[in-house]
Design a binder for this molecule. Structure first.
Ligand SMILES: Cc1ncc(COP(=O)(O)O)c(C=O)c1O
Length: 389
């Protein structure tokens, strides 16, 4: 039984009411307008005036994102980074202090280091797995705790309920990058987080052909952010992009279900290979924070990493000959991807050289396992790991 106020995700993304304003068109039309004229000079009349301030196609996407995340409102942006930077800017002033998890997405970290420091905002990085470290880092001028759970290289979690408790008693805002879990598998607003940010470029787009971002939260916080940090910085989403994202969203729960299952299958497979000494994936019962993961997420993203006993050169030689994993950044599309992290400058600090990140796509996991099983010739394993269908 669905006891929620919202329809469940599959219904939410598949069902639109008949709408005479769109002549009953079943897909949301693309309002390819920069402006919306008024009937009379003194009668602005309708909700839309100029597309930087709002566009009907983009608004349809925002309504669905807000509902999926159990938020009152959402604001879309041209990219995940545009959403992240606007959300952060909406919570800080010169002289403020931010606490941020040390494994945060590198673009966010660079935004803090190259941009916010210019305006006299200080950032303390903490081990997000330790609520004690987070609490101890709080100062009188702390206005924001910035979270990303799980992180996207080592897949470490933060205890969201504990973070909210620590923040709320001191009137500190909380923002979380929820891209990895998607709105299908983690809803931080329901745990008391103030703002959720997404790179829609990943799962919501789902086809590796569109950039986008969103901030979701209460009407109060979103109204303020939309007027100032969205409209004035101007990193808005185009109606065409919104249409592609609405299309991607139709199959989001379906793709997530498949990706979550395949990712777990692949993580289990990696775990059985002797030269892989660590698999970083919170869906595995052996993950040190698996219990916490199950308590705050209901499924898994498709991104994981492995730590291989071997050199960077061995990792490169193996990865470069894989058939079904394309080499690249990003995740959340239909295609499987691989990245030898140590070969990508600035991607993550202090990583072991043998860290390899995988995005599991929609291909058949049996083919993916077969591909992975070539590992034995590159890392001097006695035998090829068995593949089970
Ligand atoms: C976890 C995470 N958050 C945010 C972003 C930024 O998103 P975008 O590339 O859409 O700006 C990325 C991009 O890779 C990411 O991996």
């Amino acid at each position: 039984m669905n006891s929620h106020k919202n329809p469940l995700p599959y219904t939410l993304v598949a069902h639109d009411k008949h709408d005479e304003r769109h002549h009953g068109a079943v897909t949301i039309p693309i309002y390819q307008n920069t402006l919306f004229s008024f009937a009379k000079s003194d009668e602005p009349g309708h909700a839309f005036k100029y597309s930087r301030m709002g566009n009907p196609t983009v608004q349809e996407l925002e309504k669905r994102l807000a509902a999926l995340e159990y938020g009152e409102k959402a604001q879309c942006f041209a990219s995940g980074m545009a959403a992240i930077s606007a959300a952060i800017l909406s919570t800080v002033r010169t002289g403020d202090h931010i606490i941020c998890v040390d494994q945060v997405y590198f673009g966010t970290r660079e935004f803090f280091e190259f941009f916010l420091t210019r305006y006299g905002v200080e950032v303390t990085y903490v081990d997000g797995t330790s609520i004690q470290q987070i609490s101890e880092a709080i100062r009188d001028n702390t206005t924001l705790i910035y979270l990303e759970s799980p992180t996207s290289y080592y897949f470490q979690l933060q205890d969201l309920t504990a973070c909210v408790q620590a923040a709320k008693t001191r009137h500190i805002k909380t923002i979380i990058d929820n891209t990895w879990a998607s709105p299908c598998y983690q809803n931080p607003l329901r745990l008391g987080i103030d703002l959720v940010v997404h790179s829609l470029t990943k799962y919501v787009g789902g086809h590796s052909d569109v950039l986008g971002g969103a901030v979701v939260g209460s009407a109060e916080l979103l109204d303020k952010l939309s007027r100032v940090d969205h409209q004035l910085l101007g990193g808005v989403m185009t109606p065409h992009t919104a249409s592609l994202l609405l299309r991607g969203m139709r199959t989001l729960p379906l793709r997530m279900e498949r990706l979550s299952k395949s990712a777990l299958t692949m993580a289990e497979y990696f775990s059985k290979i002797p030269c892989i000494h660590k698999v970083n994936f919170p869906g595995l019962p052996a993950h040190p924070q698996h219990k916490l993961a199950v308590s705050q997420m209901s499924g898994w993203g498709s991104l994981m990493s492995i730590e291989v006993k071997g050199t960077l050169e061995q990792a490169k030689a193996w990865v470069d000959q894989l058939q079904y994993f394309r080499i690249g950044l990003s995740f959340g599309g239909y295609e499987s991807l691989v990245l030898v992290v140590g070969l990508v400058a600035n991607a993550v600090k202090d990583h072991p050289v043998t860290l390899i990140r995988f995005n599991i796509g929609l291909e058949d996991p049996v083919d993916l396992m077969e591909d992975i099983s070539t590992i034995h010739t590159f890392f001097s394993l006695k035998q090829k790991p068995a593949v089970s269908g």
